[in-house]
Design a protein around this ligand. Sequence first.
Ligand code: CP3
Length: 343
Amino acid sequence: MTKKLFLETLTGNPSERVPFWFMRQAGRYLSEYKAVRAQTNSFLEFCYSPDHASEVTLQPIRRFGMDAAILFADILVIPDALGQKTWFTPGVGPELEPISDRAGYAALSRANLHSHLAPIYETVRRVRADLPAEVALIGFAGAPWTVMTYMIEGAGSRDHGAARTLGYGDPALFGDMLALVVDATADYLIAQIDAGADAVQIFDSWAAALPEPAFTAWVLEPAKEIVARIRAKHAEVPIIGFPRLAGSQIETYAAGTGITAIGLDTGVSTKQAQALQAKLPVQGNLDPYMVVAGGDALHREAERILTSLSGGAHVFNLGHGFVPHTPVAHVAALSEQIKAFRR
Ligand code: CP3
């Protein structure tokens, strides 16, 4: 079997060369992505097109030679598959018919989950078949809390006030919704693995600044439950948790969820990263705006991250996704720098 550097590193066996991939590596900074994207009006339709989604998943691998591809889809396919009206407005972002009461929750259903998401499983199968054997395929889902902020707010929001208010004010309703989303997310990730994903990542983009009891109930416990359900079917598949901006609570998350590896956002300090790395493989954490800036500053910072985490298992990545105006030449230069580095 061909050795996948990325999977070896996540197993805690780092090699001399540091494996890498980038969050949002398939996206609008690539002209070839925009060309395929332009063929479909609706973003969700694009996500549910195995032809288009598999093509854009492979594009960055061809150009930059990452050690892993990440499935092209979106975290909001889960509310969409549960029957919540979900759409993307250009220039605005995701929009959903918000859920604020029990009637809204009662209208959700898992009945069509897998039939609705079947095109995404087909994308996974096609990408796995087309990828070089040494390149890993990462499946993903949004974490329940992050997905629920969109389900309850009806859009992206700055402080997730409606979601927090519902969680504090009606814990029974919030808990029922959370249980449904946990179920759907676990089933979705298991189906991605069944279809050929080599690893999965759980994106908790909005894990920031929650009080400890809420962080435990809404971020940590759901991740732990999803990990347990995946492990019951696929004991060996690496699971990366990414509780973005969790601050000091990243430590309880890393220790308490059973994940294989922890994603580091841009704000995680070297000292904190090294302390985490003593316990489990780490992934991160270059500021995506460093790649926009490019030049010496980028290469010094990439070298600093590579060197400071060279004592253990490290997958090089960003601390959050590429932004659309990232220059392709900077991504290429960064990729070559990472490939040339030796621990
Ligand atoms: O990383 C990858 O390359 C894989 C694909 C991927 C996308 N979204 C594609 C996408 C992944 C992993 C996501 C996750 C996602 N989606 C998150 C969690 C990660 C994070 O960035 O914090 C969140 C919060 C979303 C919700 C979402 N989807 C937002 C806020 C937006 C931006 C809206 C906009 O127009 O700027 C999207 C749309 C989206 N998802 C795009 C891409 C490439 C851009 C839309 C387009 O190309 O038309």
